[in-house]
Design a protein around this ligand. Structure first.
Ligand code: ZN
Ligand code: ZN
Length: 336
């Protein structure tokens, strides 16, 4: 089978072609696993964190990709169209798994990092960790929903937002543009304020129903109850904390932050940025319930991502463009 293999970790600026197209043997199926004939795989910012070593794969080479759509070719429910998300497995026995927090399981395994993912014609996965795709979504529409959408859904849930409260979105890429669509559907009285460094993303946000859109350090016309940050750096978080109401919550939806501007954290001003019970919460991984609840919400609300397609062999180009911030909606690899 053809696959894009990651063989070494380095900053993308040093090596802009970290993945190589190779012909490798198909994996062998283990007990309780299924083979998936992959048709589409979404490209996620987390792949950059893996390639550049912020969340390094435990072994190399590895096949990246955790927003996989395809058909079960062998194993349970053969012929079914399914998706695979970031959660490849969890132990099922620890306190976290038993309390609906399998995303925090110490044995959590991630697709496309701890096990091979979907930048390949075929992949294998445990049968109980695939998710049926609603008929109303095409393969390309479904792929970005599996990570950007599911983790966006988890972020929105963790933001504690209630209808009528004001929501801020820091950064407006693959995940937050879906959060905006969810918020507009679920919270009809809520106003959404979008912060982005890119003019075209700000226009995009307004076209999707944002009340206001401005630059990262611009002051919006209202204080915010919750803000979801998806940017890879720290300055937006300090700006976000200034924009929160008393009791407000900042949710950081990023698996890792780059250390380029970490020094700025030493300028944190406690009275204006944390005092008055403001809080900060990170979002870690997703549960299967997040993925499935979000897929049915997406089908019910007609939430579809904006996306751009690339051939599998052009995965490096998609990653470089993502790194450069050329993101309008999501990026999807056409595999089969
Ligand atoms: Zn992802
Ligand atoms: Zn567990």
């Amino acid at each position: 089978m053809k696959a894009m293999l990651l063989r070494g970790l380095a900053p993308l600026a040093q090596n802009p072609t970290p993945l190589s197209l190779e012909d490798i043997p198909e994996p062998t199926l283990g007990v309780g696993e299924v083979f998936i004939h992959v048709t589409r795989c979404g490209v996620c910012h987390t792949e950059l964190d893996e390639i550049e070593g912020r969340t390094p794969p435990p072994r190399l080479p590895v096949i990246l990709g955790h927003q996989v759509v395809g058909t079960i070719e062998e194993g349970k429910n053969k012929g079914q169209r399914v998706g695979v998300a970031w959660i490849a497995s969890a132990c099922g026995e620890c306190d976290y798994c038993k309390s609906g927090q399998e995303n925090l399981c110490p044995q959590f395994r991630a697709t496309g990092r701890d096990v091979d993912g979907g930048y390949a014609e075929t992949m294998k996965i445990r049968a109980d960790f695939v998710h049926p795709i609603p008929d109303s979504l095409s393969d390309s529409e479904a792929a970005p929903l599996l990570c950007a959408g599911a983790i966006g859904y988890r972020s929105l849930r963790l933001s504690n937002l209630r209808d009528g409260q004001s929501l801020g979105l820091m950064g407006f890429g693959g995940s937050n543009h879906l959060v905006l669509k969810m918020a507009v559907h679920k919270y009809t009285r809520t106003q959404v304020y979008v912060f982005s460094r890119s003019e075209s993303e700000r226009e995009f946000a307004l076209s999707l129903g944002a009340t206001w859109a401005g630059a990262i350090d611009e002051v919006p016309p209202a204080e915010l109850d919750s803000i979801i940050d998806t940017t890879p750096v720290w300055r937006p978080d300090l700006e976000a904390l200034k924009r929160l109401k008393p009791g407000g919550r900042l949710v950081i939806n990023a698996i890792r932050k780059q250390d380029t501007d970490q020094h700025i954290l030493s300028t944190l001003d406690y009275p204006s940025q944390l005092w008055m019970e403001k809080e900060i919460k990170s979002v870690a991984n997703v549960t299967r319930a997040d993925v499935r609840e979000f897929l049915s919400l997406a089908a019910e609300a007609g939430i579809k991502p904006e996306f751009q397609e690339y051939e599998l062999k052009d995965a490096n180009q998609a990653l470089v463009e993502m790194k450069q911030g050329k993101i309008r909606g999501a990026k999807v690899l056409r595999v089969n």
